[in-house]
Design a protein around this ligand. Structure first.
Ligand code: FAD
Length: 416
């Protein structure tokens, strides 16, 4: 007699929720994704997909889709905010791919989202379903939605983002922390600033603000993010708009390339940079968390999407395979399902906490040009080299290896 398939409700169809649905369906679970939005719209701007996240998507056979919409970074360049000179450069491309075993992509969030949505296979997607509550019953969980509907599942995965409703059922810990900065972000057409090197991640660290530019949409657009000190007056929302004048004021008097970027901006989103303290737990009975719901992080390591994708792989593995490296640390009276969730959490919580805390002062936040322009060139190299070394353990991480899973089990490990 065949065993009944595990019914899994994933709350949220962001990149984390969709990746979870793909991974769980591939592991033969019966998956339904509940998303509050009425449609899967084109939302967001540039997103970094590190080698650690990209290697999973390559194993899922999505390398050619990624190559068509994303850009494989060839170099990372730091430029002087005032005179525009290249201060220091880090080669990426083949060197990076050889070192970390997979490409580093910059991609429009909507493109990555679409690629994952195309892979849902047998998983169902219920749009316009805003979760408002859940109750664990004897051998299942009952979900309640704002439209009066309800549903039942064996396991619930809260992939409902930074303001997760599911998280309240798991823990009250994880106070919100404002970083003192807001990020103004958006897109400019590549042909509006033709003098900049293509396939290059560009950073201008200014005395206070920092500007980052990365190519997206197959190189036809640049995504910009200006990280600007702020009192936190903007609402915390991915869809909040900012004013072009606010960005222009923060970058006034910078160099001619930055002027070109400012001149091409027509719309800008404003994203106050909050994160949370690492949570003390992710799971409660049959309910667990994934992605930003579990570990909202500042963007300075560019790891929000990649960590969510790693979570998805770990969750599917721990729920569907009985053995695992963390098993011996578990309480003796757990059921196989809750044991699986605890194994997932035991692998992912310490790892993501390290990424989360490292993101606070890591990445571009390490680069500073507070010193006079002429002394900056000499100072640029060490912080950039250090910045790359800071993230090398994250980029090199292979979640399937950590799970003890044969890394070629699901298809070609690379194919890039
Ligand atoms: P999210 O991407 O936040 O997805 C959570 C999903 O859950 C959303 O679709 C939300 O509508 C849904 N949801 C929330 N509450 C409920 C509920 N009660 N019931 C049902 N569904 C619910 N990162 C970047 O680096 N650059 C960007 O430009 C960028 N833009 C973004 C735009 C949007 C609109 C969002 C939501 C996120 C954006 N991010 C961006 C963040 C990035 O996508 C995430 O950090 C990363 O992908 C991990 O995502 P996640 O799936 O865990 O959470």
């Amino acid at each position: 007699m065949s065993k009944a398939r595990l019914r899994i409700a994933v709350i949220g169809a962001g990149i984390g929720g969709l990746a979870a649905a793909v991974a769980l369906s591939r592991a033969d679970c019966d998956v339904t994704v509940f998303e509050q939005a009425g449609g899967l719209r084109e939302v967001g701007a540039g997103l970094h997909l590190g080698s650690n996240g990209a290697r999973i998507l390559h194993r899922w056979g999505l390398g050619s889709r990624l190559n068509s919409v994303g850009v494989r970074a060839a170099a990372l360049e730091v430029r002087h905010w005032q005179n525009g000179r290249v201060l220091t450069q880090q080669t990426m491309g083949a060197t990076w791919e050889k070192r970390f075993g997979s490409p580093y992509y910059t991609v429009h969030r909507a493109d990555l989202h679409r690629i994952l949505a195309e892979q849902l296979g047998g998983a169902r997607l219920r749009l316009g379903s805003r979760l408002i509550g859940l109750n664990e019953e004897e051998d299942s969980v009952r979900l309640r939605f704002a439209d009066g509907d309800s549903a039942q599942a064996d396991v619930v995965v809260g992939a409902d983002g930074v303001n997760s409703v599911v998280r309240g059922n798991v823990t009250q810990s994880g106070a919100k922390v404002f970083s003192g900065n807001s990020a103004f972000r958006g897109l400019v057409p590549a042909d509006s600033i033709p003098d900049l090197p293509t396939k290059t991640l560009l950073i201008w660290p200014g005395p206070e603000a920092k500007l980052l530019l990365c190519p997206v949409s197959g190189g036809s657009a640049w995504a910009f993010v200006a990280v600007v000190p702020d009192s936190g007056r903007h609402p915390e929302s991915w869809s909040a708009t900012g004013r072009v004048e606010e960005v222009a004021a923060a970058l006034a008097g910078w160099n001619v390339d930055v002027d070109g970027i400012l001149g091409a901006i027509t719309e800008v989103g404003c994203w106050p940079l909050f994160d949370r303290e690492p949570l003390s737990r992710w799971s409660n009975g049959r309910v667990t968390l994934l992605g930003d719901a579990a570990h909202p992080m500042l963007p300075h390591h560019g790891q929000g999407a990649s960590q969510a994708i790693e979570d998805a792989v770990a969750l599917a593995h721990c729920l569907t395979r009985p053995e695992g490296p963390q098993q011996r640390d578990l309480p003796g009276d757990s059921s196989p399902l809750t044991e699986g969730l605890l194994r997932y959490e035991a692998l992912r919580r310490p790892h993501t906490a390290r990424v989360q805390l490292g993101s606070r002062d890591g990445g571009t936040m390490r680069l500073s040009t507070a010193s006079p322009p002429d002394s900056v060139a000499g100072q640029g190299q060490a912080p950039l080299g250090q910045m790359v070394e800071d993230v090398s353990w994250i980029q090199a991480y292979d979640v399937e290896e950590a799970l003890g899973k044969p890394v070629d089990a699901d298809g070609p490990a690379s194919g890039f």
